[in-house]
Design a protein around this ligand. Structure first.
Ligand SMILES: [Zn+2]
Ligand SMILES: [Zn+2]
Length: 154
């Protein structure tokens, strides 16, 4: 995630008429620079280092605003916790059902479009126009797969 991603989001927010407080810019910075798909609580813990007065509620509000502008993507894990991804380019996620770790999955855009056109579009019972999509895999990360005796016994 480069500095220009931060600038992209900041200029979009300006254009939409939202004010740009230093705290808001810092939240955008944290979520756009992170590669680990943080939860709101994790963003909150990080921003407290530089802005101790910011509340968790403020963090939530900012993240859902960014999500409604499609500038961050919300990812829901099996544990029902919501994580945020500042990388809104085409990619999927492999989610660990045990520890909740989220790993990026590269997706080839032409292949994905071809797959949709060939395999899915013909099966829809009415016309449909995509704005966004999600590709999620659920399973176990390598660490949990080898560490969990219940899993490795089977
Ligand atoms: Zn895991
Ligand atoms: Zn991601």
């Amino acid at each position: 995630m480069t500095d220009s991603r931060l600038n992209q989001i900041v200029s979009k927010i300006k254009k939409m008429g939202y004010s740009l407080t230093p705290q808001r810019v810092e939240i955008i910075k944290i979520v756009s620079e992170s590669k680990s798909h943080p939860s709101a609580a994790e963003v909150y813990n990080k921003i407290k280092e530089s802005y101790p007065m910011v509340s968790l509620n403020t963090v939530y509000k900012n993240l859902s605003m960014l999500s409604s502008l499609h500038e961050v993507k919300e990812i829901k894990t099996m544990q029902n916790s919501v994580h945020y991804d500042g990388d809104v380019s085409l990619h999927g996620h492999a989610i660990c059902e045990n520890c909740g770790k989220i790993i990026d999955v590269q997706i080839n855009e032409p292949d994905f479009k071809k797959f949709f056109e060939n395999k899915i579009k013909g099966r829809l019972t009415e016309n449909y126009h995509i704005n966004n999509y999600g590709v999620e895999f659920y399973g176990l990360c390598d660490y949990c797969y080898t560490a969990d005796p219940a899993v490795s016994e089977t």
